[in-house]
Design a protein around this ligand. Structure first.
Ligand code: ATP
Length: 355
């Protein structure tokens, strides 16, 4: 097992700067997620760690050793791909044993490792089947089995669940997490799905346009997003972000949104009257209470246990999430209040967190 250090890594594809001074210190045994929108560079970074893509500048270390120029097969990593990359003409058992055979591992050792992996992945009854005779979830397990038998220093996953249906994805999510808790192999896992990132990772690297926007635990990213991008990306439904200025009214600083509605600021907010800021409030931190801000209901989405409401305060769109059933109708006007200490403030120009 080993930690992975990425130090000021750059990647150029011709003139295109795909990764810009990316740094992250992943400790031994950690489960780290690389997440971000399409094209942010997460697969490029994973492939550079794997040795499938050259690093243009900076260093990548595995277990303290710089691996920039080390071929993929000498890095002691295993990679699980989105399309599973199983050998169609080999049985499940042979697929799992293949890399060990190549390495000339003794047969009894191969048998022991394949038996161990198929036991923990529930593949015992499928060992003689061919990939075409398996469901998507079973193929995914075989792909993981191939990684497990190698007992690598680092496991890399590239969007491994994206070909599965929603229900199976949720199931495999917890299986992969449980597997990591059991084996404790350092794992780096790429996804564009923020829910997958939040639920699976010990820590999350959130990327955007080739830059690391924040690296932290799921709750750090949720509670203290470093900037507007992270605030909008992490959390579902997404945070409401209003744009406006700080205004002093009767000795108290308040937030006036672009169209003029007035919102409370957190105590000790580090802002000055006249300052242009963005004001973020999570949908679940808005509640129905008298004498609050008027919200005109546009759309109501009940899920059974809870209710999502999209509405307007003036021209400002607002999403509200109630952890209960609420009986609201489109067109209705209700009064909502927010917990001012749960508000997130960002600089309007740089997008950086203010408090
Ligand atoms: P997705 O979620 O869509 O897979 P990603 O975050 O994994 O996206 P990458 O595949 O790492 O993104 O690509 C990052 C950027 O680098 C993109 O703008 C992409 O177009 C560009 N890129 C990737 N591979 C190459 C290549 N071989 N040549 C030129 N540009 C490339």
């Amino acid at each position: 097992m080993a930690g992975v250090t990425i130090a000021n890594a750059d990647k150029f594809y011709g003139n295109f700067h795909a990764l810009k001074q990316v740094s992250a210190e992943i400790t031994d045994g950690e489960f780290v997620i690389l997440v971000g929108p399409s094209g942010c560079g997460k697969s490029t970074l994973l492939r550079m760690i794997a040795g499938l893509e050259e690093i243009s500048d900076g260093d990548i270390k595995i277990g303290g050793r710089v691996v920039n120029d080390l071929p993929a097969k000498e890095r002691d990593i295993a990679m699980v791909f989105q399309n599973y990359a199983l050998y169609p003409h080999m049985t499940v058992e042979k697929n799992m044993a293949f890399s060990l055979r190549l390495k000339k591992v003794p047969q009894d050792e191969i048998d022991r490792r394949v038996a161990h992996a198929s036991e923990i992945l529930g593949l015992n009854a499928l060992l003689d089947r061919y990939p075409r005779q398996l469901s998507g979830g079973q193929r995914q397990r075989v792909a993981m089995g191939r990684a497990i038998v190698r007992d690598p220093a680092v496991s890399l996953f590239d969007e491994p669940l994206s070909n599965l249906d929603a229900k199976l994805r949720v199931q495999m999510r917890s299986e992969i997490k449980a597997l990591h808790q059991r084996l404790k192999t350092t794992t780096i896992y790429v996804t564009h799905d923020q829910v997958e990132a939040m639920t699976m990772g010990d820590r999350i690297v959130i990327m955007h346009d080739g830059v690391v926007e924040q690296f932290g635990t799921p709750l750090e990213l949720y509670d203290k997003p470093a900037n507007i991008f992270v605030a909008g990306f992490i959390g579902s439904p997404a945070m409401n972000i209003l744009s406006g200025t700080v205004e002093n009214r009767n000795g108290t600083n308040e937030f006036r949104s672009g169209i003029g509605s007035i919102w409370p600021l957190p105590q000790n907010a580090n802002v000055k009257p006249g300052q242009a800021i963005s004001y973020g409030i999570r949908p679940e931190q808005i509640s129905l209470e008298d004498d609050g801000i008027e919200l005109i209901v546009d759309v109501v989405e009940p899920t059974g246990a809870d209710t999502l409401v999209h509405g307007r305060c003036g021209d400002e769109q607002l999403t509200v999430y109630f952890r209960q059933r609420v009986d609201l109708k489109p067109g209705q006007t209700v009064s909502v209040t927010i917990d001012s200490n749960a508000v997130h403030l960002f600089d309007n120009l740089t997008g950086a967190r203010l408090s």
